[in-house]
Design a protein around this ligand. Structure first.
Ligand SMILES: O=P(O)(O)OC[C@H]1O[C@H](O[C@H]2O[C@H](CO)[C@@H](O)[C@H](O)[C@H]2O)[C@H](O)[C@@H](O)[C@@H]1O
Length: 297
């Protein structure tokens, strides 16, 4: 597959973290970048809906043939919508780049998939957005040219220095203060879980995944932590308002390019936080366009 999109020579992400006093990004600035999001009002919305509809189902019923025909039919649409824009690609890991398997430590991606991601990253800034801790997802993917947003976006880092000329590291860890608490709960869970056959607790740095049940009793005394249910997994994370959607906004805000077309591919409930942000931004762009056209007439 050949993709011809011009990539600017300058660094794609700004040199230092974008931190505004009241948060980690400036929505107004982001809106400006996305002003010409799509070639018509329903364009990106339709694209996103189709992407979601064709992502692998929980039971994995989509055939390879279905997926291939979707890829071919969407290719032209994506190319058309991206005219003059900087495409930015966001990819979830488990269930998107790797198959869902029983043992979370063995969720390897194929070399074929790694090659595909490597090729995408040659043309577009590419970020992996995962519930896993950044180091672990990096060990699976092993592509240093990518951006990684681990712990559901609570730990963001750019490509290693020197990989691409002029590229800088972006760092964002909005839940740092929760580390001791997460660690405490992790230790407590390890003790409890020892006696439960098949249960496993995974330390994802800023959040924890309990591969199965018996967790509610342990965290009931921690009001600042919440429970989230994933695929046969319970996730514990800080109550702060920060999810994969915020990670997406943070990375888009860090882009130096003015006109961007974000593409996000994911399969899980937590990816819907990012889908919601994309829908919201699109509505904002439409609203602003409508307002401008009313002012002109
Ligand atoms: O955001 P993601 O990259 O999709 O991470 C979400 C969770 O993924 C992993 O668990 C899931 O995949 C495992 C391996 O296939 C599977 O055994 C488990 O049942 C799934 O829930 C990861 O282990 C979790 O820590 C992540 O929260």
């Amino acid at each position: 597959m050949g993709i011809a999109v011009a990539r600017p020579e300058s660094a794609l992400f700004s040199p230092k973290p974008v931190v505004s006093p009241n948060g980690y990004f400036n929505r107004k600035k982001l809106l400006k970048k996305l002003e010409s999001f799509g070639n018509g009002p329903g364009r990106i919305n339709g694209l996103l809906d189709s992407m979601r509809a064709s992502s692998p189902t929980r039971r994995g019923t989509d055939s390879r043939e279905d997926q291939n025909s979707w890829t071919v039919s969407m290719f032209d649409e994506i190319m058309e919508a991206s005219m003059g824009k900087q495409i930015v690609v966001f990819l979830d890991y488990d269930g998107t780049l790797s198959p869902i398997v029983e043992d979370p430590d063995r969720a390897f991606m194929t070399n074929e998939m790694r090659e595909a991601v490597r090729n995408v990253a040659k043309f577009f800034p590419t970020a992996i957005v995962s519930g896993r801790c950044r180091a672990k997802v990096f060990n699976f993917v092993r592509l240093s040219e990518l951006y990684y947003a681990g712990s559901h976006g609570m730990d963001i880092k750019g490509p290693v220095k020197g990989h691409r000329k002029g590229n800088q590291t972006v760092l964002c860890q909005p839940a740092r203060e929760f580390l001791p608490m997460i660690d405490e709960v992790y230790k407590s869970l390890i003790e409890k879980i020892e006696y439960i056959p098949g249960a496993k607790v995974e330390n994802n740095k800023f959040c924890l995944s309990v591969h199965y049940h018996q967790v509610k009793s342990v965290i009931k005394d921690y009001q600042q932590l919440r429970l989230n249910q994933g695929r046969k997994v319970l996730e514990i994370r800080p109550t702060i308002k920060w999810d994969k959607g915020n990670a997406l906004e943070f990375l888009l805000e860090s882009l130096e390019s003015e006109d961007v077309l974000p593409i996000y591919i994911g399969d899980d409930r937590t990816d819907e936080d990012a889908f919601r942000v994309m829908q919201f931004l699109k509505r904002l762009v439409e609203w602003k366009k409508k307002k401008l056209s009313l002012l002109r007439h």
